[in-house]
Design a protein around this ligand. Structure first.
Ligand code: FA5
Length: 346
């Protein structure tokens, strides 16, 4: 077997040398070290080998695999460089120019403020032991409504105007709460995760409403999780974002998937565009949340007699508005470079 492995290494070297296309190199990689590649085929014979042989063959095959991997990477790099040189010759474009622009800070891109805030919130929750999950934009009625305790006849379906697909079975998700169900299905309690992303609603657009905006869902499930935990995590989140203790209040709020449900408001000063000094204080509705309804736990495969949990759904675009004292949400996604470039240094 050792001989076979060594001869595979030799034939690989012969085959890789003349290649000049990335696709061919990747095919060769699969041929030798893919799941069903030649090395794996040879390794099948390991079962019948003696203990002494096994001790030699294992490290040898690892060494050859490593050599093949390194040689593939080197080859791919060489091909990339020669393709770029070829292009330079043909198109007479100086690719290095872009880098020098970046050095000068000209035309450089930046991270959109919504994504900046999303990333910082993800970091806050990661540091508290939460996972970060993703979910599809195109959803089924089951994940968007049914499993969230919103049956077809329930009036709560009217609260969110939905973009439906023609098949009437699929839709653009109207909230990130869909991630709650998908997250529960994939893990065993206890768990905690957040799920950020785009959501879509057939809304009349105005200064605080967009039809495509961003939410960040959060969920914690375990034994004896209660409203105290919910308030603790929400206050910690707000303190980290605003870098100070925030005054909050909980009001009753209705969402079919939580019981009890709350609206968490923060005390804030509303910006007055006319007079910088004349600000007026108030409460801003920021964070709907609550204790997960037993039906929702059941739909996600969690035993509601043993576990409880809290969930929340944060509107990221509105949070950006508060953070930067913006008076109109529409600036955020208009694509006006004069607006966007203000954030490009991040
Ligand atoms: C929900 O979407 C619930 N899924 C949130 C939730 C999760 C409640 C878990 C309880 C437990 P709501 O429709 O209120 O709730 O939207 C949540 C947040 O999204 C709002 O507080 C607001 O910040 C933001 N939001 C809602 N509609 C818009 C819109 N059209 N444009 C911009 N932001 C919006």
């Amino acid at each position: 077997m050792i001989n076979k492995i060594e001869s595979l290494w030799e034939s690989f070297q012969k085959e890789v040398t003349p290649l000049d296309k990335q696709a061919d190199v990747l095919n060769l990689k699969a041929k030798y070290i893919g799941k069903k590649g030649l090395i794996s085929e040879v390794m099948k014979g390991l079962r019948d080998a003696s203990v002494e042989e096994k001790k030699l063959i294992g490290p040898k095959s690892n060494e050859v695999k490593k050599n093949i991997e390194t040689s593939i990477q080197d080859k791919l790099k060489d091909i990339q460089i020669s393709e770029m040189n070829e292009k330079l010759k043909k198109e007479k474009i100086d690719f290095s120019l872009r880098d020098s622009n970046l050095d000068l800070g000209l035309n450089s891109g930046g991270i959109h403020p919504v994504h900046q805030i999303q990333r910082s919130i993800e970091d806050i929750f990661l540091s508290m032991g939460f996972e970060v999950l993703d979910g599809p934009h195109i959803e089924t009625e089951h994940y968007n409504f049914e499993a969230l305790n919103i049956p077809e006849t329930h009036p709560a379906r009217d609260m969110q105007d939905t973009f439906w697909f023609k098949d009437k079975a699929h839709l653009l998700r109207t909230h990130t709460s869909t991630i709650q169900i998908r997250g529960m299905e994939e893990r065993k309690a206890p768990f905690a995760f957040v799920g950020p992303g785009k959501v879509f609603r057939c809304e009349r657009i105005d200064a605080t409403h967009e039809s495509c905006f961003h939410q960040l869902e959060g969920m914690m499930v375990g034994e004896n999780i209660n409203t105290g935990h919910l308030i603790y995590f929400m206050k910690t989140l707000l303190k980290e974002i605003f870098q100070k203790d925030m005054e909050v209040r909980l009001r009753p709020g209705y969402f079919p998937f939580v019981e009890p449900g709350f609206e968490l408001d923060i005390r804030w000063k509303k910006p007055d565009p006319k007079d910088e000094e004349a600000r007026h204080s108030g409460w801003l509705e920021l964070l709907p949340c609550g204790m997960v309804h037993p039906n929702v736990l059941k739909a996600g495969g969690v035993d509601p007699d043993k576990y409880t949990g809290f969930a929340f759904g944060l509107g990221l675009d509105r949070l950006v508005m508060v953070n930067y004292k913006m008076d109109d949400i529409r600036y955020l996604h208009k694509g006006d470079l004069r607006f966007n470039s203000q954030f490009s240094h991040f």
